[in-house]
Design a binder for this molecule. Structure first.
Ligand code: GDP
Ligand code: MG
Ligand code: ZN
Length: 280
């Protein structure tokens, strides 16, 4: 009789799939030519059924979500790490990550970094963005709040998003000093080749699993143009026109909210940009 156990793929290197089993041991497995649920290619983050004796993956369990870039499944939380100094703060990038999180049923959490490098007036400006995001129900932490951020890892699969140099690896090192992740690396587009595929790996951190991957830096929105508005909690108020994409003035209640300051102009402008960037 087969000796099967459930586990999670934490790393794939060529044909070797490292699986963290329920009993907390790690086993190197291979996929069988034909998995029981046909056509599904196991990826990092997948929950799988493993034949312990043969060291083969027998089955990929149903996914909560699946991202292509980075290639990973079952992400619970997306830590959006945003610098306020170098690289410069970008609400556009935050909104893009928020959209991607929402589409994939991932809880977004914003972590602000490098506030030690900016002036009082710059801090004040950033605070206005932060308070709007909080109003939308999104958690926002400063990277100095290590213990609060640490708690977010417990029992969760967490992916990190943010520009190179925003402080992702530094944050992780502060959360778990034993990680020894390299920090302060030069921009990938300068250093390494753009097309180099990087290994996605889940690391055990504070009772959870974390993917420190730069894959999110090249973001594409793969969403139906007309659906984007449905992912905006701030656009929930019904517009006179059901099919309105809130782009043209005439009687659109969302545009009214923008004009009277209830929805910030920057938030709306980012939305308009996304509409023009989708290719669907
Ligand atoms: N002043 C300051 N520097 C930081 C902060 N966070 C990260 N850094 C520095 O920013 C550089 C890039 O950080 P790193 O963690 O490698 O960014 P990553 O590319 O997102 O992983 C490093 O030199 C860090 O020491 C911060 O909160 N304040
Ligand atoms: Mg890094
Ligand atoms: Zn409208």
């Amino acid at each position: 009789m087969a000796n099967n156990m459930i586990g999670k793929i934490i790393c794939i290197n060529a044909s070797i799939h490292k699986v963290l089993l329920e009993n907390n041991t790690i086993i190197d497995t291979k996929t069988r030519g034909k998995l029981r649920n046909n056509g599904i290619e196991p990826t990092v983050g997948d929950n799988v059924e493993v034949d312990i004796d043969n060291k083969t993956i027998e089955k990929v369990l149903p996914r909560k979500n699946h991202l292509n870039r980075p290639l990973i499944s079952n992400v619970d939380k997306l830590l959006i790490v945003m610098s306020t100094s170098i690289p410069t703060f970008s609400s556009y990038l935050i909104d893009k990550f928020l959209l991607i999180a929402k589409v994939n049923n991932i809880e977004p959490i914003i972590v602000i970094t490098k506030t030690d490098m900016i002036s009082r007036s710059e801090k004040f400006k950033i605070k206005r963005y932060i308070s709007y995001y909080r109003k939308l129900g999104i958690k926002v932490y400063n990277n100095t709040s290590v213990s609060k951020i640490k708690k977010e890892f417990v029992n969760s699969v967490v992916a990190l998003a943010g520009q190179t140099g925003s402080g992702k690896s530094s944050l992780l090192n502060r959360i778990d000093a034993s990680l020894h992740l390299k920090t302060g690396e030069v921009s990938e587009s300068l250093g390494r080749g753009k097309h180099t595929t990087r290994l996605v790996e889940l690391l055990e951190v504070n009772g959870g699993l974390i993917a420190d991957t730069p894959g999110f830096s090249s973001l594409e929105i793969d969403i139906d143009n007309k659906k984007i508005k449905t992912y905006y909690p701030d656009f929930k108020k019904e517009c006179k026109y059901r099919s309105c994409s809130h782009v043209k003035e005439d009687g659109c209640s969302i545009i009214k909210l923008v004009n009277n300051g209830k929805i910030p102009k920057w938030r709306y402008d980012n939305y308009i940009k996304f509409l023009s960037e989708t290719n669907k």
